[in-house]
Design a protein around this ligand. Structure first.
Ligand SMILES: Cc1cc2nc3c(=O)[nH]c(=O)nc-3n(C[C@H](O)[C@H](O)[C@H](O)COP(=O)(O)OP(=O)(O)OC[C@H]3O[C@@H](n4cnc5c(N)ncnc54)[C@H](O)[C@@H]3O)c2cc1C
Length: 460
């Protein structure tokens, strides 16, 4: 029986291990910390269910659907509630609903007439010759204008990457959106067609495919860890991955060195420098550690419902950088999914830091809480003190797919080409969203299994 070592028990490593097992391959997962799940972290306490990492994931895609059904998670899956369809953006210190239909774009207070003209005129803008690396900001300014960048693209990039559109590569950070220019000639035209295909745009359905689980997102790594059991070695950081004539050797702290037929590196890119990578191209793979990962602090706060003036009738709000507030955004967590706060209470989850305010993410908890409360009081009319609070700091949260990210992709492709049965997968590879990370991990496991001559036992 072939054997593969997996480094990292985040959702990428656990998914890859699960998939390899289905190919009849023996797996060992090395995890540096004392728990499985990586940045997926759910806390249940005092009647609240708070997410300290990702809050929801986009359903859709066969890899994710197959994984959830194989893990028996379909029954506990929860869809975002219908009210969560509305998303707010802050403008001039107030929450304004993001327009999602042409008539809403015409009447919204979020945008000036100039920005509205830029949106309706976008289909007439000739596709550019798509320079190899164009920033998200350049792309949006080229197709729309500065205000659309400031009040739509900037807050969304803050919400997904905790990043800066001037630094992120349009092609690598938002490949689907960027590609629409060439597939449809226009972003607006393409989005309009997609909305029509997805049903009546006025339908009061929840946002397409946003899901979690009754026990929070932690249910995914928990189910994977239950299935893998003793194949996961906790508190076992890999220190060396070496390719020799007889196969691959992995050294990890407190573990005897072991021989494998293949290796999947599923630890974060910023950890690549902590591991000796003794294989062809390994030195270049170590340069992944130079990818920027800004810090993000997550602060989940519970309040008595009567202490919040805003109806919290949406997914949450995002803050454009030009508005100069403390938070990147706040989720109305108890509106998005049921069962997140005790009766008569609400749960808000605030994200602070990112490329915009790294120092604030790293501030002491007292300062951080005070700054978040400042924003909540001004923007949501919150009164009084929180009845529940929990916090987590991710010092290196999300890899930034910045300009010239293509160079890192070439390094990874090249290392995999030169070293059969090596896989490099995780949030640094083909998208940071949980669904994308799962899809990439399945693909990597399938490729490694094929290189080892394995056939899937259960068929797909
Ligand atoms: C605050 C936050 C909010 C987010 N919100 C969303 C969201 O709402 N929706 C969404 O789709 N995505 C969201 N994301 C992104 C998504 O959660 C991540 O991209 C994804 O979970 C990363 O999974 P991973 O397995 O690649 O990495 P990780 O989860 O980072 O796991 C990597 C694992 O490798 C381990 N490791 C490190 N070094 C070693 C070593 N030497 N040996 C062994 N193990 C090692 C680490 O301890 C860790 O457990 C969010 C991310 C963050 C940080």
């Amino acid at each position: 029986m072939a054997a593969v070592a997996i480094v990292g028990a985040g959702v990428a490593g656990l998914t890859a291990a699960h998939r390899l097992k289905r190919h009849g391959i023996r797996v060992v997962v090395y995890e540096a910390s004392g728990r499985a799940g990586g940045v997926i972290m759910t806390e249940r306490r005092d009647g609240y269910l708070a997410e300290l990492g990702p809050n929801s994931l986009m359903s859709g895609g066969k890899a994710l659907a197959d994984l959830l059904s194989q893990l028996g998670l379909d029954a506990s899956r929860v869809e975002a509630q219908r009210e969560a369809r509305k998303r707010y953006i802050v403008r001039k210190g107030r929450l304004v609903a993001l327009p999602t239909t042409p008539s809403q774009v015409l009447t919204t207070r979020l945008l000036s007439n100039g920005a509205k003209l830029a949106i309706f005129g976008e289909p007439m803008v000739e596709p550019g010759d798509s320079p190899m690396e164009e920033s998200v900001a350049t792309f949006v300014r080229r197709r729309f204008n500065q205000e659309v960048l400031d009040y739509i693209a900037n807050p969304f990039v803050g919400g997904i990457f905790a990043g800066d559109p001037e630094q992120l590569s349009a092609r690598h950070a938002l490949p689907r959106l960027h590609g629409l220019e060439h597939t449809h000639g226009s972003v607006v035209k393409a989005l309009g067609q997609m909305m029509k295909a997805g049903g009546d745009e006025r339908s009061p359905a929840p946002p397409p495919g946003l899901i979690s689980f009754a026990g929070g997102l932690q249910e995914i790594p928990d189910a994977l860890a239950r299935e893998l059991r003793s194949e996961i070695r906790l508190k076992a950081p890999a220190t060396r991955i070496r390719r020799g004539t007889r196969g691959w050797t992995v050294d990890a702290a407190y573990q005897a060195s072991e021989l494998y037929d293949g290796v999947i590196y599923a630890a974060p890119a910023h950890c690549a420098d902590d591991v000796e990578l003794a294989f062809e191209g390994g030195d270049r793979v170590k340069t992944l550690a130079s990818i920027t990962h800004p810090p993000v602090a997550v602060l989940a706060l519970g309040f008595r419902a009567e202490d919040v003036a805003h109806p919290l009738d949406g997914f949450g709000f995002l803050v454009p950088d030009v508005e100069r507030r403390n938070v990147l955004g706040v989720l109305f967590s108890s509106t998005v999914f049921p069962g997140r706060a005790p009766a008569g209470h609400v749960l808000l989850t605030a994200f602070v830091g990112g490329v915009r305010h790294p120092d604030l993410a790293n501030a002491d908890l007292g300062t951080l809480t005070a700054r978040v409360l400042d924003d909540l009081r001004l923007l949501l009319g919150v009164r009084g003190e929180p009845t529940f609070r929990t916090f987590h700091l991710w010092p290196k949260a999300i890899p930034q797919y910045a300009l010239s990210y293509g160079r890192f992709k070439e390094i990874m492709d090249d290392a995999e080409r030169r070293n059969p049965a090596l896989g490099l997968t995780g949030s640094y590879r083909d998208g940071v969203a949980v669904g994308e990370v799962i899809g990439a991990a399945v693909q990597t496991a399938d490729r490694v299994a094929a290189q080892l001559g394995a056939a899937e036992r259960h068929g797909q």
